[in-house]
Design a protein around this ligand. Structure first.
Ligand SMILES: C[S@@+](CC[C@H](N)C(=O)[O-])C[C@H]1O[C@@H](n2cnc3c(N)ncnc32)[C@H](O)[C@@H]1O
Length: 267
């Protein structure tokens, strides 16, 4: 079994598409694929399909293109051009592309509920850090983005440096390692269904491990194909069950393309 896993991990790590992922992520996905499929070719195919669902499907670019765009950003004081360039970075990822029009209202409403955070932990951040101009974080605030995509995390660190913040992004696979910092607000935006697809019960397991005063989660209201498939009701019910299991009372926020919930954890 280990040899089969190693062989798949080696091939995935050598592929252009998945070489930027944490080794622990490739191993986790390969172990699961080998457990389900007796033939190596089927297991490798299944691993690739899962990786595509986990992160490949959202990206319209490769890591090098993203890094280039971030290095070429206009200076922050050239506000209009800088914000326009950040919006372009948001449009490069299907998930943040959906939030481009709501981005100001999103942070205004969420932080009005949680209070202005000093430490923000952004779990499975995707391109969310490029929303920094609209977050309105105070000058002393610490922003900690985490994702399993190492290429993205490198680009995010270059971005943070560009805006005068510390290089505080880290690679973290939420299904392998626990969140590594205490925070005032932890974001888990549009990732819970994706965690659940990777591991049944994974979303609740990760939510229990988050150490933050407030947790903010969200769900997409459109599938990647663009159709609403009763997602509002389905995710609303999932949230109600999960809130019961956690013993929390979430507040919901209505945005056109995203269903958002936030709750105090009592920490
Ligand atoms: C749908 S995107 C959401 C991104 C961002 N939070 C947003 O709202 O736009 C899902 C993100 O979760 C990341 N991801 C998926 N599984 C993960 C895991 N097990 N650990 C950490 N990040 C994960 C992917 O790399 C991708 O960036």
């Amino acid at each position: 079994m280990n040899e089969r896993v190693d062989a798949i991990v080696r091939r995935l790590a050598a592929s252009r598409k998945y070489s930027g992922l944490a080794r622990s992520t490739l191993e986790r996905i390969a172990v699961d694929a080998v457990r389900r499929h007796a033939k190596d070719a089927d297991a490798e195919k299944a691993a690739k399909r899962r990786l595509h669902q986990v992160f490949g499907a959202y990206r319209a670019h490769d890591a090098a293109a993203l890094a280039r765009r971030v290095r070429e950003l206009p200076p922050v004081d050239d506000r209009e051009r800088f914000e326009a360039a950040c919006r372009e970075l948001l449009r490069m990822h299907a998930s943040t592309a959906e939030r481009v029009d709501d981005v100001e209202a999103f942070y205004r409403d969420v932080f009005a509920f949680t209070g202005a955070p000093r430490v923000v932990l952004d779990l499975a951040c995707g391109h969310q850090p490029f929303q920094w101009p609209w977050m309105g974080l105070g000058p002393d605030a610490l922003y900690l983005p985490r994702d399993l995509d190492a290429g993205l995390i490198e680009a995010v660190d270059v971005f943070l440096e560009h805006v005068g913040k510390p290089r505080s992004a880290r690679v973290l696979d939420l299904l392998v390692d626990e969140p590594d910092a205490d925070a005032d607000v932890a974001f888990l935006l549009k990732v819970l269904p994706c965690l659940e697809r990777q591991e049944r019960g994974g979303a609740l397991r990760v939510l229990r491990a988050v150490r933050a005063r407030f947790v903010v989660v969200s769900f997409p209201l459109e599938s990647l194909g663009g159709r609403d498939k009763g997602m509002r009701a389905q995710y609303g019910e999932w949230m109600a069950r999960t809130a019961d299991a956690l013993g929390v009372v979430p507040q919901s926020f209505a945005f056109e393309r995203e269903l958002v919930f936030a709750w105090p954890t009592g920490r």
